[in-house]
Ligand binder design. Structure first.
Ligand code: PLP
Length: 380
């Protein structure tokens, strides 16, 4: 039995997506820019999937763009907006718990002369909203805050944040990295006054290498690629129809089942969390308001990566996040102010709707076996 509890990293492609992919490979394989019938059919495929995605996000279909994934979407949004609005201001705001595809872009922009402020985060991963409020200025052109943290599952209050930003400066653009909330939580784009929102296919049972973003009509963006004129020149290049169709087929199913799926994974997370009561020195990394799809635990007294490999011996797959090197302090959990002991003993379990309670029981038994052994050696 293979127990895959690393669904925050990627997911198994669903059967509906596989069927759709095969159809696009063998029948509907035209180039959407071609003038003939095959081109038109391929173009229709994109339009249909845009409709499905925009329905879920409650936005207009003309506001959806496709990319090679969320790394590209985040890069394009941040660099493209920073460039398009640089005459209005060069002040941008984010925080240090963002995914590298956001954080590293801000660091790069800082080197180019943009003025970046980072909102503080407490040791549970909560943003200091009062600080965010105090940072917004007349020349603040962009704020990026993720909806769900990929390592801990911490949910940031997008609705409150959006309202605060717009109250202070209605022209500041609000970007949300929605990769870990897309099709897992109801869309907060409208209620949170979100202007740009990125998503990725492979976190929702679609293949790797395809994703996209929502960009509110009227917002300017400088393209980061030049070439063809696809997607209104915002993101030229022949569209990845196979990937787009796969995403659409999954969104179609997932969007109708958000609360049912939420309850399913919540039960899995709660069951796994019971292990915390059986041992001392297990800590939850994250706040009370976390996604049920992610559970991040520190098993103080052992190394997270060693536990991950021990679980692997039982065919259980989890992850350590990026905190492998205490010297470089580049793990996301350091942004919460946690110490080496907590960061280096952290393991992320991330669930999918296809995991079962039996798998979680099996995982708990493996933890019961491994924790005492690894701590015995780890604490020496
Ligand atoms: N943002 C978040 C929060 C993520 O979890 C990930 C992937 O792990 C990305 C962005 C990057 O997505 P992609 O793999 O599609 O480039």
């Amino acid at each position: 039995m293979e127990i895959y509890l690393d669904n925050g990293a990627t997911t198994k492609v669903s059967q509906v997506a596989v069927d759709k992919i095969l159809d696009c490979c063998s029948k509907n394989y035209g180039n959407p820019s071609s003038l003939h019938k095959m081109g038109l059919l391929a173009h229709k495929e994109i339009v249909n999937n845009k409709k499905i995605i925009s329905n879920y996000l409650q936005v207009d279909e003309s506001e959806i763009f496709f990319t090679s994934g969320a790394t590209e979407a985040n890069n394009l949004i941040i660099k493209g907006i920073a460039d398009a609005y640089k005459r209005d201001g060069k002040h941008l705001i984010t925080n240090k718990s963002e995914h590298p595809s956001v954080l590293q872009v801000y660091i790069e922009l800082e080197k180019q002369g943009y003025d970046i402020d980072y909102v503080n985060i407490d040791d549970n991963g909560n943003l200091d909203i009062n600080m965010l409020e105090s940072l917004i200025r007349e020349d603040t052109i962009l704020v990026s805050i993720m909806e769900v943290n990929n390592e801990t599952g911490v949910i940031h209050p997008i609705n409150d944040i959006g309202k605060i930003i717009k109250k202070i400066n209605p022209t500041t653009i609000f970007h949300v990295d929605g990769v870990q909330s897309f099709c897992k939580l109801p869309s907060n784009i409208k209620s949170g006054k979100v202007d740009a929102y990125s998503f990725s296919g492979h976190k929702i049972y679609s293949p790797k290498g395809v994703g996209g973003f929502y960009l509110k009509k009227g917002i300017k963006i400088t393209a980061q690629l030049i070439g063809g004129h696809q997607q209104k020149d915002v993101r030229p290049g022949t569209e990845n129809i196979i990937g787009i169709a796969a995403i659409g087929s999954n969104v179609d199913v997932l969007a109708k089942n958000i609360s049912k799926n939420y309850d399913t994974v919540k039960k899995l997370k709660e069951s796994l969390l019971e292990i915390k009561n059986e041992f001392s020195d297990i800590y939850i990394n994250g706040s009370d308001n976390c996604s049920p799809y992610i559970l991040n635990l520190s098993f103080v007294g052992l190394r997270g990566e060693v536990l991950v490999h021990a679980l692997e011996q039982d065919n259980i797959y989890a992850s350590t996040g990026s905190a492998c090197n205490s010297k470089s302090k580049d793990g996301m959990l350091y942004s919460y102010g946690l110490d080496d002991e907590r960061v280096l003993s952290a393991v992320r379990f991330s669930f999918s709707i296809h995991n079962s309670i039996e798998e979680i029981e099996f995982c708990k038994n493996s933890l019961r076996k491994n924790i005492p052994i690894l701590r015995k050696y780890g604490r020496r």
